[in-house]
Design a protein around this ligand. Sequence first.
Ligand code: UT7
Length: 327
Amino acid sequence: MKTTAAITGVQGYLPDHILSNEDLSKIVDTSDEWITTRTGIKERRIMKDGASSDMGEHAVRGLLEKTGTSAEEIDLVIVATVTPDYPFPSTANVICDKVGMKNAWGYDLIAACSGFIYGLATGAQFIETGRYKKVIVVGVDKMSSIIDYQDRTTCVIFGDGCGAVMLEPDTEGFGLQDFMLHSDGSGRQYLLQKAGGSAKPASIETVEAREHYVHQEGKQVFKFAVTNMADVSAAIMDKNNLTSDDVDWLVPHQANLRIIDATANRMGLSKEKVMINIQKYGNTTAGTLPLCLWDYEKQLKKGDNIILSAFGGGFTWGAVYLKWAYN
Ligand code: UT7
């Protein structure tokens, strides 16, 4: 049987500090009622001290311990993030150093909220070809470092968090079965960080214009997200001849409960099959999917058919179909 890339462990990390809807209503003109009904979010975590690599370090250390792996055994680390520690060097580099993964190399991958599925698909290639035995894919974002807490349309949605998975070869048919990934750069104007890159380097003007914060045109993004996430999730089912009965779990990006519901409906899935933790963490960008897997890990059974799907800035979107590899 051909070699597939299986997830053999998952670990999350969330900062301790909780920012509730109530807390936010004291900072901006909003209410628990508005946030709950429009998004499904009740609270989110905020990292007070430290960077994305610190969350990554916690998650990866936990993952190594849990899977009985030594740091030196890791071949490759892919870090999906839009909030790297620095423009360069990569956060993957920093995490490898902090954890002591001396034999690994790594890189950061920018695909916003689709970062984790892009990373999963990419990391799996190194396993499927037989080149590597142990690849770690991290999804991490310290969104609080780029969120404007004077902008009620974005600050209520995002939170900080990290999740990491181990990918290893499998020859029994478990693990990653298929993926469908997309991007459309013409959507970049609706969700982006305008300044700080080569297009608009940091200056006093960009700081004063608050252009280092997330700019999102929520309604536009919502429209694209709802259609594309549902479409790609249905498409990957079709392509793999999966009916709604065959699918055990949907792991949707946690951006808005209404987008999650629309995706599940389109796939014909009942609520019990949908992983949801948006109420606790909000939108952690690249962190949402591995954090869902971590929260629901105990309920997963070997052989479960799982569809992960996401939509995010770029635009980027896609779905991954995998068979869970352990009990
Ligand atoms: O993860 C990456 C991809 N991102 C997404 O998928 C996010 C997609 N977008 C969304 O989830 C939604 O568009 C939001 C949650 C961001 C906004 O919800 P909405 O239902 O689209 O609201 P809206 O932008 O149409 O605003 C409706 C009203 C406006 O007031 P008026 O013009 O009707 O008077 C807003 O000013 O709600 C107002 N509003 C708020 N009110 C209280 C916007 N934000 C808030 C707020 N609290 N936090």
